[in-house]
Design a protein around this ligand. Sequence first.
Ligand code: FA5
Length: 343
Amino acid sequence: MQSKFEQLKTEALLAIKSVADKMQLEDLENKILGRKNGELTNLMKGLKDLTDDARKVVGALANEVKKEIELAMENKKNELLMLDWSKAIEKERLDITQPALPQTESGTFHPNTIIQKDLEDFFTSMGFAVLDGPELESDFFNFSAVNVPENHPARDMQDTFYIKNHPGLVMRTHTSSMQVRAMLKQGAPLRAIVPGKCYRNESTDPRHEHTFYQLEGFVIDENITLANMKGVLEAVAKHLYGEETQVRLRPKFYPFVEPGVNGEVTCFICKGKGCRVCKNTGWLEIFGAGMIHPNVLKEGKVDTTKYQGFAFGFGLTRLVMLKYGIEDIRHLQSGDLKFLKQF
Ligand code: FA5
């Protein structure tokens, strides 16, 4: 019986060695160690027929054989597992020297961003700083600080969105809300632009949105006049619409400037002759501007005996629409890729 165990061990170890995959190993395990009909199991069943002394010796050998076969199986299992892993790793290996896949889609800037970046470059080349400010603004900086006190009828010109349970906060209606903030922070002299989002509680139509962009600018220094303002705004108009563009200023009331003007440029489509876009006037209205009201300078702690300044506010969204011939402002926030991919 001892030799039968020895022979089984030799055959089993040989068979285990030549196993090629997990399935074969499982079959072999069943064939040798299977509880019901495994070869070793069957052989061990015969131990009970031996004498006590012989059972002690052969039993010890049988256990030894079983342990060796089980160990060989375990080793083989690990060996096969390692093989599987290395095959998987090989499959996943990245060849970083391979050329990249051709790029099929790439993003583009939103037309608002294109014009904003262009104007930021233009103004910084003239020594202006670019400032950013909060869109959720205090009632004070949006209205009161720019000479629109509470209950003043001028507040009706710019209705906005108020925040429930926060009576002192509004969504800013214009970038002019940054005028006094900038003065308080930086003092005079000051030269800056503020591009950014504004909000108004208005019904939307092809030219009006509840959310749109403005670009504010202000210069505060000694001996600043309306002529300086016209010079800067003419430079902007020529930069945007060509050298032959003219600027026309006409009186308009804004509480935060005195005098205040409404700025128009020669219609760049008909060159001033009159067309559908300029409603046959030959002019396009693109900004509001004026000399900063002394009350606003005082709010900003600027010495009004020494400094004056001008301010202007472009409807940035309007500039974009004119530049690209966009007939409805609502396209700009539609998220429609067909529209956006044109820029
Ligand atoms: C103002 O907002 C002033 N803060 C501008 C200003 C600044 C004047 C400094 C003087 C000195 P107004 O309400 O006109 O002014 O708006 C300026 C521009 O913002 C408009 O010409 C228009 O192009 C744009 N705008 C105003 N409301 C809307 C709207 N609902 N949708 C799209 N654009 C708008």
